[in-house]
Design a protein around this ligand. Structure first.
Ligand code: GLC
Length: 739
């Protein structure tokens, strides 16, 4: 699927990427392994007693905050527990979140984990090796703690940047999301545990998440959100797919015949199992529509997948065959990932040092330099005084709320509850991970030259700014599962504070800790802007490393920063005004009329939408500055591979991301990322890169399969989605095929 041959003009030979994380990534499961696993699974199911057939199909949430029944002795306090069948050598399923590390669950277990940067930060690295390394580290910690299922692989496309889980997902582009999440999942499963990919599919907002009805044509879905999952599943081979809360064309996601049976299992031939999201099962009928396992069943109106399921199966041979298939799928996923033959036992060793290095590299490579007027950055260590303001920079770095919340040793540095109503309000609190940027900045400056202000009063900060050489303002936009943001403004008066500080001292640097794009009304008045996202436990050192030049920023935007909300397909997130924030997890409301029409943009979201609307972003997809300068040239392509040369024509080493876009098809203008490669270059060095082009990115979906039309296809190299090089046209022969 993906082949990148990196050859250096200097060395004249193929060189493996010099990144520390270049490793022989391997897909966890081959197709033949999967077939063998299925055969073995079916032989185990054939030995099951009837009542044993509804054990793997029913899970609970083993947490005291969840009402309903005692917690099994064998369960570890975490997201999920599914009893196994000891007689047949089937282990209990011990399930933990999440995509950013082993979840903290309010510290209930008394342990901690390596806190990786947010998913969108991983997207900004454009680095498959590092995505794999992050998954490997998180999976190792999950196994060592006794978990054999990691609820990871958040792959939903960023259809609306106001979605509360934008931070948790990867990007707005199906290729970038699919490849990075795929290798991240492969890394998790290299520990012989199961990773999920989630939330399947089109889970694009948190407002009314359990019932909002997503309207989208089949072709638009297949060419965007579904393509991201398809690529992620092909590369990562996740043992399980977690279906989504929302409805799609009126079908509940976890009971969607279209998504689960037609697309995932029939068209894509997926052989693992579909687990529900927690509290996402509308009824027993979901089993007949493709759902294999009810998760967190206390959160559902009823436990459908135990006695009721067995009775229905005993009353109808077709249902019994389906129940056998449900069990066989769970077992296939477990066997293929290596869980059955490598039982997990708690108390394993964890290489904390190595994982901390991965977390810091991931933070360093995710930071995007958005503005750097007159080389305001990097800062000199030995000159001048610095005022650091806001963002709890004296305490830690911001992280996203909800099930993906992770903390390192000592737990949260800061925890600001948003509310204390509802059982899940404990999850919905603004939390800062340890590692204070102020300390990292102070460590690089002479004693007494760095002061701090919390930033609660703009006047105070501005007055001090006027007396200081450089001001570094940390600005935060907290995002969380369960709630969307109303707009892209910085909350709590931060815009006003930045404006007053910049008026007092134009040598102001803004460090953004945000879950996605934000408005910047003060942009022209500040010297520099750095996007650090939610940078995880390595964030403080990574931010200071960039500010003082030890790290040459190489992140590229995985999501468009719009000029304002009028550039988005929808004025508001649907339901934003009708629904009250519900910290208890919105109750299902099947008769709700709430819908969101993704047919407005179809598969053209993000930069593709801007290309269609002919509008320029504040900062486009793929954008990022460096402390050196690069050139890209020499694009050649035959439509199935593309070759180009990247050159570092500056004074210092750095990394850039070569981006190849499809920009025209016959006389239609369009834009699709068809290939990318992150390359590290010494000053003066050039490297020639060749990437494969996935034919689905040139094609249209046509009800039963893909069609590439005959004709002239135009490709261009991009510094980002808007700064494109000359168009190279190539004749492509038309063809059609099925998935
Ligand atoms: C949540 C999330 C899902 C998570 C699950 C278990 O509601 O949507 O991502 O894995 O519950 O915590």
């Amino acid at each position: 699927m993906f082949r990148s041959i990196v050859t250096s003009l200097l060395a004249g030979s193929a060189i493996v990427s010099s990144a520390a994380w270049a490793q022989d990534r391997q897909q966890s499961v081959s197709a033949s392994d999967m077939a063998a696993a299925q055969e073995r699974a079916e032989s185990i199911v054939a030995q099951m007693e009837p009542e044993e057939k509804v054990r793997l199909t029913m899970g609970i949430m083993p947490l005291p905050i969840v009402p309903g029944g005692e917690i099994p002795e064998a369960a570890i306090p975490a997201a999920g527990f599914v009893p196994g069948v000891e007689r047949l050598g089937i282990p209990d399923l011990t399930e933990t979140d999440g995509p950013l590390g082993v979840a903290y669950v309010m510290g209930l277990r008394g342990d901690y984990a390596t806190a990786m940067p947010a998913g969108i930060a991983m997207g900004a690295t454009f680095n498959r090796d590092l995505a794999y390394a992050q998954g490997t580290a998180i999976g190792a910690e999950a196994r060592a703690k006794g978990f054999n299922v990691l609820l990871a692989g958040g792959a939903n496309l960023a259809r609306d940047p106001r979605n509360g889980r934008t931070f948790e997902y990867i990007s707005e582009d199906p290729l970038l999301t699919g490849q990075l999440i795929g290798w991240n999942i492969a890394g998790v499963q290299s520990n012989e545990i199961v990773s999920t990919i989630k939330h399947f599919a089109l889970n694009g907002q948190e407002t009314g998440r359990k019932f909002v009805d997503v309207l989208i044509d089949d072709a638009a879905a297949r060419e965007s959100d579904l393509l991201a999952f398809q690529i992620g599943i092909e590369i990562g081979q996740p043992g399980s797919v977690m279906c989504a809360y929302n409805r799609v064309n009126s079908e509940q996601g976890c009971a969607s015949e279209y998504l689960l049976n037609q697309v995932l299992k029939e068209d894509w031939g997926y052989r693992g199992w579909v687990m529900s999201d927690w509290g996402a099962v509308p009824g027993l009928y979901a089993a007949w529509n493709g759902l294999d396992q009810q998760s967190g069943s206390q959160l559902d109106p009823d436990t459908f997948f135990d006695e009721d399921l067995l009775l229905a199966a005993q009353a109808d041979p077709a249902h019994m065959a389906r129940l056998d298939d449900m069990n066989a799928r769970v077992l296939t996923g477990l066997i293929a990932a290596g869980v059955l033959d490598n039982p997990v036992t708690p108390g394993g060793e964890i290489d904390w040092e190595a994982h901390a290095r991965v977390a810091q590299q991931a933070a360093e490579q995710s930071i995007v330099l958005l503005r750097n007027e007159n080389d305001a950055l990097p800062l000199a260590r030995d000159a001048g005084s610095i005022l650091v303001v806001g963002g709890y920079a004296d305490s830690g770095v911001l992280s996203g709320g909800g099930s993906s919340q992770v903390h390192g040793e000592g737990g949260p540095a800061i925890l600001r509850p948003l509310s204390n109503t509802g059982a899940f309000s404990v999850f919905i609190s603004e939390q800062y991970q340890r590692g204070a940027p102020l300390n990292s900045i102070r460590a690089r400056k002479p004693e007494g030259t760095v002061r701090f202000r919390p930033g609660r009063y703009a006047s105070d900060a501005a007055a001090l700014a006027a007396q200081t050489d450089v001001v570094i303002v940390f600005a935060t936009q907290w995002m969380t599962e369960g709630l969307d943001v109303s707009d892209l403004g910085l909350p709590d008066g931060q815009d006003q504070m930045i404006a007053e500080i910049a008026a007092a001292n134009p040598n102001t640097i803004v460090v953004l800790e945000t879950g996605g794009p934000v408005d910047m009304p003060w942009l022209d008045d500040v010297a520099a802007v750095v996007e650090a996202w939610y940078p995880g436990q390595g964030g403080a050192e990574a931010i200071a490393g960039v500010l003082f030049g030890e790290v040459n920023p190489s992140g590229r935007l995985p999501i468009t920063f719009p000029r304002d909300a009028s550039q988005l397909p929808r004025e508001n997130i649907p339901g934003m005004l009708e629904y009250d924030p519900d910290f208890g997890g919105n109750p299902p409301s099947p008769d709700s009329k709430l819908y969101t029409d993704y047919n407005v943009e179809g598969s053209d979201l993000g930069y593709r939408w801007n290309a269609r609307q002919n509008q320029e972003a504040l900062f486009p997809f793929g954008y990022g500055l460096s402390y050196t300068s690069f050139a890209s040239s020499g694009l050649t392509t035959d439509g199935s591979t593309a070759t180009f040369t990247l050159t570092n024509n500056g004074e210092r080493a750095g990394a850039t991301v070569g981006q190849v876009y499809l920009v025209s098809r016959n006389d239609e203008n369009l834009q699709r990322l068809v290939g990318f490669e992150r390359v590290e270059l010494e000053p003066g060095e050039s490297q020639t890169v060749t990437v494969d082009i996935d034919p689905r990115l040139l094609a249209e979906w046509n009800e039963t399969g893909w069609t590439i039309f005959d004709g002239d296809y135009g490709f261009a190299l991009g510094e980002d989605a808007e700064r494109l090089g000359p168009v190279v046209k190539v004749a492509v022969q038309g063809r059609s095929w099925e998935d």
